[in-house]
Design a protein around this ligand. Sequence first.
Ligand code: CP
Length: 324
Amino acid sequence: MRHLLSAADLTRAEAIEILDTAETMAQTQSREIKKLPPLRGMTVVNLFFEDSTRTRISFEAAAKRLSADVINFSAKGSSVSKGESLKDTAQTLAAMGADAVVIRHPASGAPHRLATAGWIDTPVINAGDGMHQHPTQALLDAFTMRRRRHGAATTGTDLAGARVVIVGDVLHSRVARSNVDLLATLGADVVLVAPPTLLPVGAEVWPCALSYDLDATIAEHTPDAIMMLRVQRERMSSAGGGFFPSPMEYSRRYGLDGARLRALPDHAIVMHPGPMNRGLEISAQAADSARSTVVEQVSNGVAVRMAVLYLLLAGGRSSERNAQ
Ligand code: CP
């Protein structure tokens, strides 16, 4: 694996290797001294053309805990506002000695272009591109589900037979696309639930089932995990943008409220990638309930991103040593 661009590119063996490595990383993070040496002398560039809290900070924490130096680039306040292109921005940062580039970009395909155009010669990690992919989010979600399912004995396991319901604004969601791809590779049984207006054309051929009815899906599918998606109002022209009649109507049909929380199986976990619209796709009662893994997902994100950086960068380092 040279780059991490899409969850769809990962084989089952590669995905399990990342999850197992993340498990090892997570165990080191409960120590008093969290820093490990493998990326000493290397530089990771965080290239963010779109806002982020969790992903940017956890990539920074992950790189620093592996002893890499980190350069944070945010398009806001940079020469992008003067019209500088992705190519010139990336080459400028590469010239300062980047060993890996983590990129978030509003355009679907930007990380792929950066990885394949020959502009730079470093591993590229997709931290979310448009409505396309967010592979490390899917990996941290799978890591969270696997840990909750198998407890301490997770190593080498997949998610075969796990029942997962993903609910909401699938149309605009790179999280949903990445999760469907990775969960299918890991053997999970996934249902996407959304209003017809928020399901993309072509979703019928994705490796999952589709439904418009959340209550029926909870009753019939009895999920082990329910993942609520953020309604991406910034990608809609107005509050509901014509995708649903009103926020209240959306919540009534697709929100995770107290009644739906009680209808879930006792062991089911409640997931959300964040940031949450409390009171829209998820009630405060559900978000703050004992079954919510929202905070756990964030802390698992650091371990998963440590694993990805380690495998892409230290893997290369050990093969260079072997070649000498
Ligand atoms: N889940 C996620 O990608 O959150 P951020 O946009 O805050 O990075």
